[in-house]
Design a protein around this ligand. Structure first.
Ligand code: 13P
Length: 287
């Protein structure tokens, strides 16, 4: 059931668990995540970066695929289709395409411009019943060619953006996209606690979910994080499973070259990873 992400995240914040945002790249990813959410009776957010949207031939294609698949599979758990790290133009494209949620990432703009554009997009999204996420403080690392330095958010700026009526807020707390380097210092719980104290009941978003140790995830949830984004980890398990299939020569046996066979181990690996994360985040049976 396609819905905005507001209600599921308000409930998660109040119930002290988090809903996973898993980024999608194609049909296999989408199907694996939707089926796992249904099996786990968990709400879920399908994240689409601007790059992945382009890869799938545009946001209209993505929205049509997700809507049709949600119906064909008989998915009854709440599913939000969410733009990840959207540009100003990308947000409008997704609103038009039928997404149920958007993220406007204005973190690279001066705070005044972030405020101005976020304000406008909050109205545009809410007028049509979509939820909206905003960001303060850059998330480091690289995602789809967008490189961020990774800086901790200023709690006062978080309050300023939260007060514009956004539904959930991504605050940089030392998290980065992709794999964490060996010398990573861990999440800044000091920053998270300060942001949490400023923004009231606002569900907070933790980007860069790949590779954050379980105890830090649990602690972040206890400090107001209600949405956790995972992308690279699903890509890595898909790649490992596909490599193992080919290295074992299974693509050369019988009709092992059939894409439905070739992609099956990766598909199953994504399902297992998503289930593991839903259990860790506490969203199982919270649909
Ligand atoms: P990872 O790729 O590090 O899991 O980050 C995902 C993310 O934050 C998407 O916005």
């Amino acid at each position: 059931m396609l819905v905005s992400a507001k209600e599921m995240l308000d409930k998660a914040r109040a119930g002290k668990y988090a809903v996973g945002q898993f980024n999608i790249n194609n049909l296999e990813w989408t199907k694996a995540i939707l089926l796992t959410a249904q099996e786990c009776n968990s709400p879920v957010i399908l994240g689409v970066s601007e790059g992945a949207g382009k890869y799938m031939t545009g946001f209209t294609t993505v929205a049509a695929m997700v809507k049709a698949m949600d119906e064909s599979l008989g998915i009854t758990v709440p599913v939000a289709l969410h733009l990840d790290h959207g540009s100003y133009e990308g947000c409008y494209k997704c609103i038009k395409a039928g997404f149920t949620s958007i993220m406007f990432d204005g973190s690279h703009f001066p705070i005044e411009e972030n405020v101005e554009k976020t304000t406008e997009l909050v109205h545009a999204a809410h007028n049509l019943g979509l939820s909206i996420e905003a960001e303060v403080g850059a998330i480091g690392g690289e995602e789809d060619g967008v490189i961020g330095k990774g800086e901790c958010a200023d709690p006062d700026e978080c309050k300023m953006i939260a007060d514009l009526g956004v539904d959930f807020l991504a605050a940089g707390i030392g998290n980065i996209h992709g794999k964490y380097p060996a010398n990573w210092e861990g999440l800044s719980f000091e920053t998270l606690a300060a942001v949490n104290a400023k923004v009231g009941d606002m569900p907070l978003v933790l980007h860069g979910g790949t590779g954050i140790p379980d105890d830090q995830i649990t602690k972040a949830i206890s400090l107001g994080v209600a949405k956790i984004n995972v992308n690279t980890e699903c890509q890595l398990v898909f790649q490992e499973a596909t490599r193992a299939y080919i290295e074992a020569g299974k693509d050369l046996e019988g009709k092992g070259f059939d894409p439905r066979k070739l992609l099956a181990p990766g598909f199953e690996a994504i399902k297992a990873k998503v289930k593991e994360k839903m259990e860790l985040f506490g969203s199982v049976n919270k649909a």
